[in-house]
Every structure is written in C-alpha cells, then in structure tokens.
Design a protein. Structure first.
Ligand code: ACM
Ligand code: ZN
Length: 531
C-alpha cells in the first residue's frame, strides 16, 4: 500500500510543475495523498453516512458530520448503523489513535480512523475537499496522522468575557483546524470566571470589575461595571461540546500571581489581608496569594477539588507566570514559611507553592502545566512547562527531562498585530508584529537534540483579550494564523509557505461559508514589513 503513495507536498509540487492547479488543497497538509483516475464520486442528497459497527461515539460523529454538511453543502445525509452507505465510517485499530485513512472511490467514500478522533480528522479533511470541489469529488487516497499529540489554542475569558455560545463558536473553529486542546484561561486579576460552589462570593465579587481602562492602558476608565462567569452547568456543557469535537478542555486556575479577583473577594488570601480590588487596568500586579498562610492552600485545594470534578482532562494548568515577590518579602507569614522550609529566597517560595499544589493534583490523578516562570526556583520531574517567553524556557525544561508545550510569544501570541502598520489597517492588538509568515516559521524543536525532542508535546496559539472584546475580533486574530499553527502541530517539519499560501485559498472559502471573520493581510500581502 505505502509504495502507492507519495508524500503530499511532493505530489503537489509535481502537479504544479505540470501546470495543473486544482490539486487537493488541504491545511494541514496530509502525510500521503495520491489521486486516482476516474470521473469522481458524487456525494448527493440521497447519500447515507453508514457506521457498520454502530459504535456510539462514531454514531455521534456521524450526526455532527450530517449537521456540518447540511450547513456547508446543503446536503441532507442520514446517519445509520449500516454496512452500506456512500460515506462509510469505521475504526481500524492498526492505525495510530488520531490517524486516519480517507478513500474516495467511484463506489463511495470511506473514512477509517485509529479511533473515532481519527475518523473525525478524516472528516475535517473531507470538508475542505468539498469546499474545493463541491459535491463531485475527485478520486483519491489519503493516509494521515499528526506529528504532535498536543495541538492547542488558549482563549483568555478573564480580560473579556465570552458567552458559552461564543466559546462553542471558538471550539468549532479549532475543530476545523484539527486542534485537540482548548486551554481555557478562567481566573485572573480582572475577573474570576468559574463558579465555585464552596466560595459563592467569587461569583458576586470576583467576577465583576467596577470599570475598564480605556485605550492602551491610559489614565481614563469607562466607568461601566464589567463581569461574567460560567456556571458549573455551563462548564459541563462546554466540556461536552468540546469532547464531541475531540477537543480536551484544560482549565487554567492562576496561582500564585494574577490573583487580584480572588483577593478582592476574600482578602484573607493575600499577605496584608485588605486593600484589594478586581483590577480595572491591564498588567502585572503585586497582589498575589499569600504563600505563608495554610488557609491559602486550603482555599486553592477546595477550588481545585471542584475544578477536577468539572474537567476530566489529564492536565490542569496552574499558571505560575508573572508573580511579583514584593508582598512575600514584607509578609511575616511568608518569611516564616521560608525559614520553616529552609528555602533560600522568594523564588524558592514560589517553587514551594507550585510543588505543593502540583503534589495535590498528582494525588488526585492529574498532572500540572505551568508557564515557564515555574522553572525559576526549581520544579518536579512531572511538571509540564508551557514556554511563552520565547522558546528558551522550553528548551531548558526539555533538557532537564520535563515535558514541554511550545507557545513562544515570538510566534504564537495571536493577540499581537499582524501588520507592521497597525494604526492604518488593523483592529486593536496588544502590540508587536506577528505576521502569519513568522508564526509559520516556528520550529517547535528549536535547538534540541534528537533525544531532547521527545519531550516536546506540541504547540499552542494564545489569544489574550485585553484589547479583544468580541467573537468577531477573536476570529480576526485567530484566522488565518491558527491555520499556520495547525500545520506546524500536524506536520512539524513538512512545511512550505508558498504551497501553504495556495492551499489557504480553499480554507478561506470555508471561513467565508461559515461567516467567520479572518484577517485579510496574509491573503492580500499587506502583512509584509513596511518598506
Ligand atoms: C503570559 O503571557 N503571561 C503567560
Ligand atoms: Zn504572605
């Protein structure tokens, strides 16, 4: 079988050289694709989506497919437990978990996956082929599998709040790009967004700020209270919605910094015990959880006990970034803790804090992710590092034998501007200049040796929302750069920017069909550096 197949990029290159320009245009590029001769297969209204095994998850996936095809292609397809159908779905345990095989033959379409997730990714490929060719599809065979197990996207729902419907719309966008992790940023200085039943004041006080700063952190505020949180029922709804798209939701509960909303609610969580507020400006604040008092750990453990009931994910993100140590330096309880635990300084106190919370998570069957700052005072072997201040934290962690998710701000911060002249062209970003070509150039392995590379779990794009207030703006920041990250996460080293440009034209038609906003700059060339 294998010798019949060509690497997809090589095949596309051959077709381009011969002048054919309608070769399959898929993002991410599949591992192997070969076109067969024949007049094609017509997926029409009378078609059935057949699941011979009747597998429950595959049946649900078939229903998802029927809904998408009805919306995107005006096709009415009937899912059925049957061994005959024009679109047949099956598991093939000989394939890797997320791998799939897609065959379009004159008698029908067959998608086989190592698991239902693989079948789901085969369908995402089919969606793109339908967008390119319409319902008369050329005959072909594709064999495909991801390079990385972790392909993530983060949405900050603290700086601005996004409704359950908007979060679901974001998940839909991830699904099309074969992204399988949704990192949900739920607590921060400017708002606590997750219902915790044991601490109801978090919803009354911590979820609301009195007003929001205007512009890029000017001295003026809008005077309008701003708030929102997700009930536990809503969170379960989002987790189920994500799961039906084979996306695992990883919640982030920030500690010990970015804690103002919690401290404003329960001032005993801070070192001084008073004078806190839910922040109305953006930035890094000195109000952090007190590392000296036992009551802080009891609170956070009770919070996490509810969090792990809501989120079945293997990983829980505990933040750990941007934690000023000023209040710890002046706090008698924190200083006592440093002496009692024989710690050298406040950096080691941060490690003590994070290690203690990680141990709690491990005792409850979960693993911790933390931002790369947690490396500073020493970490356990079991911590997974999210490298955001460039790739250097990730490189150091991989060399130390820790697992790593690469999300360097140099390539993966999708709240950065996409052109070098934002004043003229763009809706607000936080700053910087991160055109798609830069995102696409990310090397997740950077300077790592062959052995060290095995610690890289994957890549992630982050959407911080200080300056992003609507779903349309989220989409504008995410698309098309998320497609570049999707290609990196799926294909790793098999990349070609010019070919990607050609293939993106098809994905763009699907964005249009869905009514998703996307930034035009990559498509019209205005993301090039200003002369
Ligand atoms: C971060 O951007 N502070 C992780
Ligand atoms: Zn303290």
């Amino acid at each position: 079988m294998k010798n019949l197949l060509f690497p997809a990029l090589a095949l596309i290159a051959v077709l381009s050289a011969s002048g054919a320009d309608n070769s399959p245009a898929l993002v991410p590029a599949p591992q192997y694709l070969v076109c067969d001769s024949g007049s094609g297969f017509d997926l029409c209204d009378a078609s059935r989506i057949a699941v011979p095994s009747g597998d429950r998850v595959l049946m649900q996936t078939a229903e998802y497919m029927a809904r998408e095809l009805s919306q995107e292609n005006k096709l009415t397809l009937k899912p059925a437990k049957s061994s005959v159908g024009e679109l047949l779905l099956a598991k093939d345990p000989s394939l890797g978990d997320e791998a799939y095989r897609l065959r379009i033959a004159s008698e029908g379409i067959r998608i086989e996956g190592g698991s239902p997730a693989g079948v789901f990714y085969g369908f995402q490929t089919l969606r793109q082929l339908l967008a390119q060719y319409g319902t008369t599809l050329p005959l072909m065979r594709i064999e495909d599998a991801p390079a990385f197990a972790y392909r993530g996207a983060m949405l900050d729902c603290c700086r601005h709040f996004f409704t359950v419907e908007e979060v679901k719309a974001f998940l839909d966008l991830l699904a099309l790009h074969k992204i399988n992790r949704f990192h949900w940023h739920l607590t921060d200085d400017q708002g606590w967004r997750i219902e915790i039943r044991r601490y109801p004041e978090l919803m009354k006080i911590g979820s609301v700020r009195s007003e929001t700063v205007l512009g890029h952190n000017t001295s003026a505020c809008d005077g309008v209270p701003y708030g929102g949180y997700y009930t536990q029922a809503e969170i379960r709804e989002v987790v189920a919605y994500a799961s039906s798209r084979f996306i695992e939701v990883i919640p982030e509960i920030e500690m010990p910094g970015h804690a103002s909303a919690a401290l404003a609610t329960y001032p005993w969580l801070g070192c001084t015990g008073s004078g806190y507020k839910v922040q109305t400006r953006w930035g890094v604040f000195p109000e952090v959880f007190c590392a000296g008092k036992e009551s802080t750990f009891e609170f956070l453990q009770q919070v996490l006990a509810e969090v792990i009931e809501l989120f079945p994910s293997k990983y829980i993100h505990l933040g750990g970034d941007e934690c000023p140590k000023t209040s710890w330096k002046e706090c008698p309880s924190c200083q006592q803790r440093i002496r009692d635990e024989h710690l050298k300084n406040e950096n080691e106190l941060q490690s003590y804090f994070v290690l203690r919370m990680e141990r709690w998570l491990n005792e409850h069957g979960r693993n911790m992710i933390g931002w790369d700052e947690i490396l500073e005072g020493g970490i356990s072997k079991s911590a997974t590092i999210m490298s955001w201040r460039g790739s250097s934290g990730g490189i150091a962690a991989a060399r130390a034998g820790n697992k790593v998710i690469m999300t360097p701000n140099t390539h993966c911060y999708l709240d950065y501007y996409q052109t070098s002249d934002p004043q003229r062209l763009e809706p607000w970003g936080i700053g910087g200049y991160l055109p798609l070509s830069k995102t696409y150039s990310l090397d997740p392995y950077d300077r790592l040796t062959e052995d060290e590379r095995s610690y890289i779990l994957g890549v992630q794009g982050n959407i911080w929302t200080e300056y992003i207030v609507s779903l349309a703006h989220v989409q504008h920041m995410a698309l098309p750069r998320l497609a570049a990250l999707s290609e990196i996460g799926w294909t790793c080293e098999r990349r070609d920017l010019e070919d990607f440009r050609r293939r993106m034209e098809v994905l763009r038609t699907l964005y249009d069909r869905k009514g998703w906003r996307y930034a035009p700059y990559f498509f019209d060339g205005t993301d090039a550096p200003k002369p």
